[in-house]
Design a protein around this ligand. Structure first.
Ligand code: AP5
Length: 233
């Protein structure tokens, strides 16, 4: 499945929650690119400038990265794509990759909708752990100790591309290049538009409803047989 939505819509938050339920990996193009930048691979060096400006990284850099990740053993039973595809051209490339490697297409595309003012609020408060990648929000989901990850004690930082100017550019690019995917997937009948406002758990429940029939069912509760009482007692 694919999670679509503007920057800060909660794609990463929802993908992390869903991967526990679906037992398939989250494949986040932004995380893969940031890892390449951090480790200074040739791809990371080439991608860094685009990411700092909030521009899309050229397809020839992103497509190989995604294809390689989707071909990894842990993604064979399924995957949650987060942040990819971001254009109709990428969606067509994804379709070709999936048909080539597994003879099947996507099950579902979930598009999260969140108003722009809420996006700016979410992005400006986002903090990420340098060590384990856990995510927080200074107001909505603060860590126990300011600046320190609850999970591993790592340092929390603000992403370089979360400045107001860069976020505005990312929103502009979403409107011009990524939004047309709503039409593209709408026509194929696999798109679900989900209200991304409210608490993360509320959004998760809407997403899970839209994934009925795709996600494994929760374990069935044991039905207690009524105890048979001897007559007259
Ligand atoms: P990427 O990392 O994909 O960034 P993005 O799409 O802009 O999305 P974000 O990660 O900012 O937000 P999100 O929707 O995941 O929200 P999150 O869950 O974090 O891409 C970065 C860059 O990489 C791009 O600009 C581009 O340069 C490049 N790139 C990536 N993919 C590419 C591709 N396919 N092609 C070309 N270039 C590519 O939530 C945000 C905050 O809100 C968090 O603090 C969270 O705690 C909080 N929050 C989440 N849900 C809620 C809620 N319900 N209520 C309150 N707070 C919430």
């Amino acid at each position: 499945m694919v999670l679509l939505g503007p920057p800060g819509a909660g794609k990463g938050t929802q993908a992390r929650m869903l991967r526990e339920v679906a037992n398939v990996p989250q494949v986040a193009s932004g995380d893969l690119l940031r890892a390449a930048v951090r480790t200074k691979t040739p791809l990371g060096v080439a991608a860094a400038g685009y990411m700092d400006r909030g521009d899309l990284v050229p397809d020839e850099l992103v497509l190989n990265l995604i294809e390689e990740r989707l071909n990894a053993p842990d993604a064979q039973a399924g995957f949650i794509l987060d942040g990819f595809p971001r254009s109709v051209k990428q969606a067509e490339a994804l379709r070709a990759i999936l048909v080539r490697s597994r003879g099947a297409g996507l099950d579902r595309v979930i598009a999260l909708t969140v108003p722009d003012e809420e996006i700016v609020r979410r992005i400006s408060g986002r903090r990420t752990c340098r060590k384990c990648g856990a995510m927080y929000h200074v107001t909505f989901e603060p860590p126990r100790v300011n600046g320190v990850c609850d999970k591993c004690g790592g340092e929390l930082y603000q992403r370089e591309d979360d400045s107001e100017e860069t976020v505005r550019n990312r929103l502009k690019i979403y409107d011009s290049t990524t939004r047309p995917l709503l039409d593209y997937y709408g026509k194929s009948g696999i798109l679900a538009l989900i209200d991304g406002t409210g608490k993360p758990e509320q959004v998760e429940s809407r997403v899970q409803t839209a994934l009925a029939g795709i996600l494994p069912l929760p374990p069935r509760k044991k039905v207690q047989k009524p105890s048979v009482r001897p007559a007259g007692k």
